[in-house]
Design a protein around this ligand. Sequence first.
Ligand SMILES: *Cc1c(COP(=O)(O)O)cnc(C)c1O
Length: 221
Amino acid sequence: MTIAENIVAIGTEISRACRYAMVPEAKPNLIAVSKRQNLEKIIEALDCDHRCFGENRLQEALSRWPELCEQYDGVSLHLIGSLQSNKVADAVRLFDVIQTLDRPKLAHTLAAEMEKQARRPDLYIQVNTGAEPQKGGVMPDGLEALVTLSRDELALPLVGLMSIPPAGDDPTLHFSLLKKLAKRHELPRLSMGMSGDYGLAASLGATDIRVGTAIFGEREV
Ligand SMILES: *Cc1c(COP(=O)(O)O)cnc(C)c1O
């Protein structure tokens, strides 16, 4: 299958999952995760009019997207990997959405940088729903304080939550928890689901689904 065929097939599967589950919202946004994929593959996706992409490392994103964004109109870039405070300026400049806000210090740094650049990418808080020590994301019991700080005190453009369930866990529990948390805090966007579980995520109300290998094939090491 070509990349264009993969994108169509995944979109069809997502629509079907939403229909069966009677998910009332608009069709979820498919984020093509292009990390560690070669440029030819990314261009193939752009040439079939896909415009929404996710990257997890700032350095890699900077190495190709500024140029691609000049060649293709309407690209929307999501940062889905952890963000160090000293790289916030570049991230605010390049990305349209930053999905990995996970600590107070980063919220303060983002607020200062957005003010400075007069540019306000949408923000999602990453929630560590599996409470894994090695993983990014705020622990579920720390979410409320981070929402209050980000949205109410710093007036950041906080719109959603994101989570990466632990490998090997049933993702259903994590997606359900994330949805509950988003509802509690009145955040409309839900970023969940990857190559192995995008249909499930769609059926549980994802608004943004991050798919890499099922679109592009295996990543380069
Ligand atoms: C790499 C990555 C994905 C995509 O994973 P696939 O299994 O290749 O679909 C999704 N979300 C995040 C945060 C990632 O780092």
